[in-house]
Design a protein around this ligand. Structure first.
Ligand SMILES: [Fe+2]
Length: 177
């Protein structure tokens, strides 16, 4: 087994990145909490879907940094739109990923996920799908959707994994549906 695939090193690597993300976002606790929550849900869904170790570490690193472009978007454009996050996040993330033992193509894959985490038209990418689902669950919990939102419609349109659907139904539909 390669150095890269050892389980404990996966968590160490994600933890180093979480620390970098916290330092980058400090003192913005709201954004830090959001990223940590999305990472935790992505981890649970990935395990439920039996995602392999290599892909899981790429997914978790993308989850930690998925919104890393927000501050730059606010600074440069006075906006935190999803499109701007996708545009500005990957370059910031790429620098943060250097020194963690990833190959160039692994860094690029993580940056692809970050750069498309609001592009719901992309299908058949299981890691991106899990990232969408984890982000949706946390965004709903954080109050991003108005009263009267049709959560069943959100589920039907955006949730594809068995684990994500199960979590969504238990957490969101029983509470708000
Ligand atoms: Fe997010």
């Amino acid at each position: 087994m390669s150095f890269f695939l050892k389980g404990d090193l996966i968590l160490v690597r994600v933890s180093i990145l979480e620390r970098k993300m916290i330092e980058y976002n400090a003192p913005d606790m709201k954004r830090i909490n959001h990223a940590l929550k999305v990472t935790a849900f992505a981890h649970v869904i990935a395990d439920g879907e039996k995602i392999g170790k290599r892909d899981k570490v790429l997914l978790l690193c993308a989850a930690v940094l998925h919104d890393i472009g927000i501050h730059e978007a606010e600074k440069q454009y006075n906006s935190a739109s999803g499109q701007l996050q996708e545009k500005l996040g990957p370059a910031i993330a790429y620098q943060m990923l250097i020194g963690l033992g990833f190959t160039k193509s692994e860094r690029e894959r993580i940056c692809f996920l970050i750069g498309h985490h609001h592009t719901y038209t992309i299908k058949n990418d299981i890691l991106l799908q899990i990232l969408f689902e984890a982000d949706f669950i946390v965004n709903i919990d954080e109050g991003d959707f108005p009263d009267g939102t049709d959560y069943k419609m959100i589920e039907n349109k955006n949730f594809k994994t068995k684990t994500g659907i199960d979590i969504f139904e238990k957490l969101i539909l029983t509470d708000k549906g």
